[in-house]
Design a protein around this ligand. Structure first.
Ligand code: FAD
Ligand code: NA7
Length: 445
């Protein structure tokens, strides 16, 4: 039976372990499955760390999440179809939970499926090479506790190491001599640090949107967001403004493309992340920017150039856990030979068809439809539990409209579960006034 290595025990790695466990429960011999996780615990990005820079072992810190992070989409749009929020919490909860609540939910399913013993914690994957003769991978890992390297042979490798961890950090003229702090959103932890400050944020996507709101909510004096191509255009509270691209800093003065300028105390680069896989041999390595259908992956999962290598969760994400799950079930079936792959030409044609469909996509609503279609395609290929995908799509559309209506109020809205129909109750405190992001506070009736 096959030996399978999984890199990372975040939501994607845990989804795959769960998928293998479901097959095992059905009496299928899944072979040997080992998940290597460089952190001491599971949950990936949801496993919050105060650390920035290097971790306790001298590796780059994986975590990019920060205090006061509430889900940026409705929880009903990410619900596990085979482990609902109702099952986990035993009572309906509001639609936009803070990080600790979602972490609890992710871990709840992993505990229920009993997959912890398949994970080797504090173990970093340092090398993945393929031997064509034996058609196996040599996976080199480092035990971070004793610094021992060891190499094992596997038939399949599944990369689930995430792609929102290695920052993309552009430099602008004047950064070198700026007297304040310049940091990337990857290193942002506590909004309260910026209380009383005039802040400049670069970028116009999710991190820029949320960190602008967070810092202002927790006391920043002003927040200026400089966009490169187009403003986000939300109805920001007074004190947050969007301006055209930064041209340069002159001392602590930021100068923008329209000739205006502002004095600022700190800069937060919300400029995105790199897909970074230093542990994989270059010819096996996925090379892509952050988009909805990375090139080279059949069904968004199988590395077409060598189908014994698979990647999970490498797409830009509207859908998250309920996309990772069908990906994981599909990956499992490919590994176990329960799903036959077409020949190389057919895989290339399928990838090309999705990529050209993506090229024609314009605007947020079409992006949502594209990813919905992708998830729908995956669901037809797997025995993952069914859920009302059209309702999830509709929720995403409503959510986008809610944000346009009120960027500080959209997290007070309620959505219905695509699995159980349960409607999330309104939160006891409007999000804009809620300062405490703890699980106990959120679940308080
Ligand atoms: P990760 O969560 O990144 O997990 C990857 C795991 O791989 C980590 O545990 C890491 O330690 C491990 N790893 C990496 N390299 C190695 C190695 N060489 N050896 C061993 N282990 C390794 N999604 C939502 O649904 N809702 C949200 O509100 C939301 N907010 C977000 C906010 C921020 C700031 C960020 C950055 C992302 C957010 N996301 C959100 C998206 C997030 O990407 C997914 O929810 C999810 O965490 C992705 O899971 P993953 O398993 O692919 O990757
Ligand atoms: P994204 O969604 O990849 O967005 C990156 C943003 O950074 C995007 O708006 C880019 O501008 C902007 N960018 C990139 N390079 C530059 C430079 N050189 N100057 C100015 N702006 C730049 O990353 P996020 O961190 O926002 O979101 C990632 C995940 O974290 C997401 O899933 C969330 O849930 C949380 P562009 O739009 O291309 O003009």
């Amino acid at each position: 039976m096959p030996r399978t290595a999984i890199v990372g025990a975040g939501p994607c790695g845990l989804a795959l372990l769960h998928a293998f466990e479901q097959a095992r429960l059905d009496g299928i011999d899944v072979g040997e499955v080992v998940c290597f996780e460089k952190q001491s615990d599971w949950g990936g990005l949801w496993n919050y760390t105060w650390r920035t820079g290097l971790d306790a072992h001298g590796d780059p810190v994986h975590g990019s999440m920060y205090r006061y992070l509430w889900s940026n989409g409705p929880k009903e749009c990410l619900e596990f179809a085979d482990y609902t929020f109702d099952e986990h919490f035993g009572t309906p909860i509001p639609s936009f939970p803070p990080r600790e609540v979602l972490y609890d939910y992710i871990v709840g399913r992993a505990k229920k499926s009993g997959v912890r013993e398949s994970i080797r914690f504090d173990t970093a994957v340092r090398g993945v090479t393929f031997d064509a003769e034996s058609a196996t991978f040599a996976v080199t890992t480092e035990s971070l506790e004793n610094r021992c390297l060891s190499t094992d042979t596997f038939d399949h490798v599944v990369v689930a190491s995430g792609h929102f961890s290695t920052p993309h950090m552009p430099e602008y003229p004047g950064f070198q001599s700026f007297p304040g702090r310049i940091l990337h959103s990857h290193d942002f932890r506590d909004a309260a640090e910026f209380a009383g400050k005039d802040l400049l944020i670069l970028g116009s996507s999710y991190s820029a949107e949320d960190i602008a709101l967070q810092t202002f909510k927790y006391g920043a004096k002003s927040v200026t967001i400089a966009y490169r191509h187009a403003p986000m255009g939300f109805g920001w509270p007074e004190g947050i403004t969007e301006v055209p691209a930064l041209t340069h800093l002159d001392g602590r003065t930021a100068v923008f493309a329209d000739g205006t300028s502002r004095d600022i105390d700190a800069v937060i680069l919300c400029t995105g992340y790199q897909h970074h896989f230093p542990f994989i041999d270059p010819y096996l390595r996925l090379t892509t920017g952050n988009n909805l259908y990375p090139d080279g992956l059949y069904k968004g999962v199988v590395w077409a150039a060598n189908p014994k290598l698979l990647y999970l969760g490498m797409q830009d994400q509207y859908y998250t856990f309920n996309m990772f799950d069908p990906q994981a079930f599909y990956a499992r079936d490919v590994v176990l030979g329960r799903t036959a792959l077409p020949d190389a030409d057919q895989m290339a044609a399928d990838i090309a068809a999705w990529r050209s469909k993506l090229d024609a996509v314009s605007g947020v609503m079409e992006q949502i439809d594209f990813q919905t279609d992708y998830v729908r395609d995956l669901l037809t290929l797997t025995d993952y539990a069914s859920f009302d995908l059209d309702l999830v799509r509709q929720h995403f559309v409503t959510w986008e409209h809610d944000k346009d209506e009120s960027i500080t109020g959209y997290r007070n809205r309620s959505f219905s579960s695509p699995c159980t129909g349960t409607v999330g109750p309104a939160p006891h405190t409007p999000w804009w006034e809620e300062m405490d992001d703890s699980l106990s506070r959120f679940l308080k009736p």
